[in-house]
Design a protein around this ligand. Structure first.
Ligand SMILES: Nc1nc2c(c(=O)[nH]1)N=C([C@H](O)[C@H](O)COP(=O)(O)OP(=O)(O)OP(=O)(O)O)CN2
Length: 193
């Protein structure tokens, strides 16, 4: 069975090299909608695949890193990167350009890591990430699956290369959460939310 939880964020970017000039030459923003699709053949003690309330902890918080921030590609012009980091407190730097496609791959890898590190407490079994859908506009979205997130053909994405600004990290309920996830430390789900 599949379940789906929707998250939203407002984010700015430039996508270099794309055909659409407005997109490749101008900082612009989108009201992103991100669908996290989880699947399992089992139900937990509450007869759910995975309680929606649990998705509003680390998964929501890390996706919210992109809210009211600018997403930067680490291969962009050095002066542009420096200017953005100087004048905007909330930014996220990625090893890939922030197209909808790459957002879906990046967020897939982030959520996959969170699930891998989560100690389940309510009988959840084999909860897997099915896909991530990133709606960049009302009319266009990208859907990334496991094979896309890990695709060598599309370029390997290493979680270690995703950098969150100090302000983004400070606003997490646990400012050390990303380091813990990178080290594969276990995060216990609460028994009540
Ligand atoms: N495959 C992709 N194509 C485009 C992406 C993308 O991430 N993946 N991104 C852009 C731009 O960011 C652009 O802002 C969005 O493009 P578009 O859908 O054309 O936006 P509009 O608001 O003009 O679309 P409407 O058709 O008016 O709804 C470009 N392409």
């Amino acid at each position: 069975m599949l379940i789906r939880k929707l998250f939203k964020f407002e984010n700015a970017h430039i996508v270099r090299g794309c055909t659409t000039q407005r997109c490749s030459q101008n900082i612009h923003g989108h009201s992103y909608k991100v669908e996290v699709l989880l699947e399992s053949n089992y139900l937990d003690d509450g007869q759910m695949v995975y309680d929606f309330g649990l998705t509003k902890l680390t998964i929501k918080e890390l996706i919210d890193s992109f809210d009211h921030s600018i997403t930067l590609w680490h291969k962009d012009d050095a002066a542009y990167l420096q200017a953005m980091k100087t004048h905007s407190a909330r930014w996220v730097e990625l090893p890939v350009s922030p197209s909808a496609e790459q957002f879906s791959r990046v967020i897939y890898l982030m959520v996959e890591r969170i699930l891998a590190c989560t100690a389940m407490q309510n009988g959840e079994r084999e909860v897997k990430l099915h896909s991530i859908i990133v709606h960049e506009t009302d009319t266009g979205y990208a859907q990334g699956f496991k094979e896309d997130a890990h695709s060598i053909l599309m370029g390997e994405i290493k979680l270690e290369e995703i950098i969150f600004s100090a302000q983004v990290q400070k606003e997490w309920s646990d400012p050390g959460i990303w380091d813990k996830l990178l080290k594969m430390e276990k995060i216990a789900n609460p028994t009540i939310v």
